[in-house]
Design a protein around this ligand. Structure first.
Ligand SMILES: C[S@@+](CC[C@H](N)C(=O)[O-])C[C@H]1O[C@@H](n2cnc3c(N)ncnc32)[C@H](O)[C@@H]1O
Length: 621
């Protein structure tokens, strides 16, 4: 008989007890997260109407300290580190983000491989002030270059090689520059013995960069990088740090950590119409993401960031911002967040049943039976293991196999895979139209976009609020403006606003994109009304009046929205206010020009004159 390896009852009990104890310990470990110490950041509570909090479920977060109205400033922060994006690289100062001046230089002509072509020269535009060693950092002035010298000095040699290192390892140059920017901040903070405690202010012009020490409080979310990609990142960073002077040198694991921290916590800002990426530790630590945010962040001209409430907020309510574009379907937002921020969104909007959420319209496909309701498929899978999803995002697609979607207003059902086919066909057609536009064929592109509307909206296939349809109108509005078809552009702009405002709760009235659509509509209407004012036919009259009315109400909406987002006395709000006044004046002047001139009432002594005049007329007759 073979020797038995069966455990005794005692051993079994002991093993079971050990397993239970381990599970309990594990549970305790999971439920007892270390309480984060917010004291380093507590100074913000003295300057702005906010309170910093920590909870087991949310971690660090920030709430309103009292009831605050829309447009209240809740954070001002200057980035710990920032980089100018590739497309804006030579346009703005790498220190203060002001536009740089450009000079034309003559240099030996280079062929496609970068070799000099004998005897030939070419003219190139270069910034007036730039680092002559690395030829990478551009500045607006000598003074700015000097102010940036300590930070730049530790980056210079590596910056010169960033593009070649990036190409050799297929790692984005922006991510390598971001690590260098953080090394620069660390080095300057260290050499100046700077306090690790951030100083808070309510004014961007007095804000100081958040200390490097706060960057290290951020979550690097390291798990998101695939093994192969990580190897390339490590190889690239090894070459980068080899070029950093000893005084600022960091280890390879530290460099990888900084790479992950920047990438998963960065904010993209538009500063002086150019693109900047930056890390704002206080904002990144405390403001959670929501797909229905109550706050909005904007870049100031010096690269500081303001966060303001977009709606009225009551005391103790969480303050949140959106890390992604909110005018897109739930699935798309969640995927974007997964890929860029490395978490699965559990905000209130994403956690609400689709049938009860505004999201049902955003990727809505209409019911072919009743042509009224949209088809609903409730996703039941809760993503627990983010690592699993990161390594296999197709798990989301497998979820729909064999499932049915139901119409919200009639008993019709359809396989979800069939709905996906409809959506895929729409996405293909949408993509074709956009490719045509990218090739520069505006006429054909416009034709294809208008056909998209006929095929998918007029035939009741997509919900009118479907994000692809709304985006089609947005593109049409831009194409028509470019082609000079302003009346059409106005019509499409109006549809965009009506769609975005049409789904209650999807987009706040002060959402920056919506506010700017009001501004562009008002602007076009005012200009077009001025052009058409000379046409005094009944049709010309009613069009001019309609445009002037539209200009007034849209400038009003833009002024309100810009006051909330940028502040009441900001140049952008004041620009909208000035144009609103102009539209009102134009409207009044135009209306007045149609007022019937009162017939001259004969004065008391006039009858004799009138009679005289009449007599004269009849005499001459
Ligand atoms: C604002 S920090 C949160 C603070 C951090 N947990 C702490 O205590 O230090 C950002 C992180 O919170 C989580 N988070 C923020 N918004 C979220 C959302 N809507 N759904 C799920 N997780 C979210 C993500 O893990 C994200 O990386």
């Amino acid at each position: 008989m073979a020797a038995t390896t069966e455990p005794t009852v005692d051993a079994q009990n002991a093993a079971a007890a050990a397993a239970t104890a381990a599970a309990d310990a594990n549970k305790k470990k999971k439920s007892k997260k270390t309480v984060a110490d917010n004291s380093k950041y507590a100074g913000i509570e003295n300057v702005l109407p906010v309170k910093l909090k920590w909870s087991n479920t949310k971690g660090r977060h920030i709430v309103a300290a009292k009831d605050i109205p829309a447009g209240t400033l809740v954070t001002v922060e200057k980035a710990a580190a920032s980089i100018v994006r590739n497309q804006s690289f030579v346009n703005i100062c790498h220190h203060c983000f002001k536009p740089v001046t450009i000079k034309t230089q003559t240099r030996p002509k280079l062929d496609a491989q970068g070799n000099q072509v004998a005897g030939q020269v070419e003219k190139v535009n270069v910034p007036t002030h730039s680092c002559t060693t690395c030829k990478m950092a551009a500045y607006c002035s000598e003074a700015c270059q000097q102010s940036h010298a300590a930070e730049h000095q530790v980056q210079c040699a590596a910056l010169a090689e960033v593009n070649s290192i990036s190409a050799a390892h297929r790692v984005s140059p922006e991510s390598l520059r971001s690590v260098l920017a953080l090394i620069g901040r660390r080095s300057v903070d260290k050499s100046s013995n700077r306090s690790e405690i951030p100083e808070f202010t309510d004014n961007a012009s007095t804000a100081k960069p958040t200390p490097f020490a706060c960057v290290m409080d951020l979550n690097p979310n390291r798990h998101y990088i695939e093994r192969e990609a990580l190897k390339e990142i490590q190889a690239a960073l090894k070459e980068i740090i080899a070029l950093v002077p000893d005084s600022a040198k960091i280890s390879l694991p530290e460099a990888v950590e900084l790479h992950c921290i920047f990438s998963t916590n960065q904010h993209q800002l538009v500063v002086n119409n150019q693109q900047v990426l930056a890390v704002y530790p206080t904002t990144a630590l405390f403001f959670h993401h929501s797909c229905s945010p109550n706050c909005v962040y904007i870049g100031e001209t010096n690269g500081a960031m303001y966060v303001r409430t977009m709606v009225d907020v009551s005391a103790d309510t969480d303050l949140n911002i959106s890390y992604v574009e909110i005018c897109q379907p739930r699935e798309q937002r969640r995927r974007d967040l997964l890929l860029t921020r490395h978490f699965w969104c559990k905000c209130r909007r994403c956690s609400t049943l689709l049938s009860k959420s505004v999201d049902r319209f955003m990727d809505g496909i209409q019911c072919t039976s009743c042509k009224n309701g949209v088809m609903i498929f409730e996703e039941t899978k809760e993503v627990q293991d983010i690592n699993e999803l990161m390594t296999d995002i197709s798990a989301l697609d497998k979820e729909i196999q064999g499932k049915y979607a139901e119409c919200e207003s009639c008993p019709a059902k359809i396989e979800v895979t069939k709905l996906v086919d409809v959506l895929k066909a729409a996405i293909t057609d949408y993509g074709i139209a956009h490719q045509t536009l990218q090739k520069g064929d505006l006429d054909q592109g416009r034709y294809q976009l208008e056909k998209f509307i006929k095929d998918y909206e007029d035939k009741h296939i997509l919900s009118p609020f479907n994000a692809y349809l709304v985006n089609t109108y947005i593109t049409l509005m831009r194409v028509c403006t470019q082609m000079g078809s302003i009346d059409r552009a106005i019509r499409y702009n109006g549809v965009v606003i009506q769609r975005l405002e049409g789904i209650e709760g999807a987009v706040p009235s002060s959402y920056p994109r919506l506010v700017e659509y009001h501004m562009s509509l008002a602007d076009m209407c005012l200009k077009q009304a001025k052009k058409k004012a000379s046409n005094r036919t009944p049709l010309g009259r009613s069009t001019t009046r309609k445009y002037l009315n539209e200009a007034k109400s849209s400038f009003e909406a833009a002024y309100k929205g810009r006051s909330v987002i940028y502040g009441e006395n900001s140049p952008r709000a004041l620009e909208a206010k000035r144009l609103l006044e102009e539209a009102k004046r134009e409207y009044n002047a135009y209306s007045k020009s149609f007022e019937k001139k009162p017939k001259k009432q004969p004065a008391a002594a006039a009858p004799a004159v009138a009679t005289q005049a009449q007599e004269q007329t009849s005499a001459s007759a």
